[in-house]
Write a protein that binds this ligand. Sequence first.
Ligand code: UFG
Length: 343
Amino acid sequence: MKKILVTGGAGYIGSHTVVELTEAGYEPIIVDNFSNSEERALEGIASILGHEVTCYRTDCNDAAALTDVFEKEQGIAGVIHFAAYKAVGESVAEPIKYYHNNIGSLTTLLQVMEKFQVNKLVFSSSCTVYGIPDQLPVTELTPVQKANSPYGNTKKICEEILTDLAVSGSDMRSIALRYFNPIGAHPSAKIGELPLGVPNNLVPFITQTAAGIRQELTIFGDDYDTPDGTCIRDYVHVVDLAKAHVVAVDRLISGKADNIEFFNVGTGTGNTVLEAVQAFERATGEKLNYKIGPRRPGDVPKIYADVTKATEVLGFKTTSTLEEAMQSAWDWQMHLQQTSSKA
Ligand code: UFG
């Protein structure tokens, strides 16, 4: 079984990817500093798989600790690098924290990988690199634009670092997956998103509102140039997204990948915020309390992916509908309520 190191493997997308990797016959090894994740993710993974997954409580900025992991786990075939801070608003308030953590962890990881001659990397990027695109849907050839937050800039800079490495003659092979909006949870409802405090993202805010934890959802603006005036996003089920990592790893392992490759990972369909709310209501039968508020500064009015490249090159395809994703997010919210009331 090929060992794949998964940094941030206890996080939202990381935990789902650990499950999919295992089911595809890989042996994931988790590295996580638990700064934005919880041990319960490991319990959820173990419960789904029927066995525990090796996990190191390690910070990717700590070269010595990361070196220890590579020494203990001989024969790592590749790495998926999720570990990063991801709150857009926080990154505006604390830019240095974001640059230090997100860029430092990648460069530290690359140095350790080089030392151990591990030369296959999947990197978590984001559609944020496209900024406010001139044309929709966005393809991988759509120009990358100036980032509108330090968080977005760290994704752009990390892609540039990997590009520089690719042209340097290094034997590193990297695939950067540009995620659109990941939502939902594992169908078992044993793992899912664990937002700390008030959620920034739409779907956890929806599920917490329906569960009575939040009073109401505010929809940020209904005066955009879209059919119902609310912003358009490409909401991709987190399990479909996790599977994109497996096929990216397959491609790297097969030796078919170029020095660096970029792929959009979305569904190819844009939905407005109101459509997302309606999909939640339809799927769950819950009535959502919401109001229209002012626009949120920095929001991209509309973006959705052209996924032709991922489909043709990786064989990636999504299988879940927006309703199914919403239902799974709701099942996960219910699971959280039940397990925290027992605690
Ligand atoms: N929204 C609301 N109310 C809320 C939360 C969100 O109306 O309480 C709206 C937003 O205005 C936006 C849509 O729901 O139109 C989606 O918002 P999210 O915050 O869930 O996601 P974003 O598209 O803003 O951000 C996501 C990732 C970022 C990434 C960005 C790239 O969370 O990490 O996509 O575009 F940088």
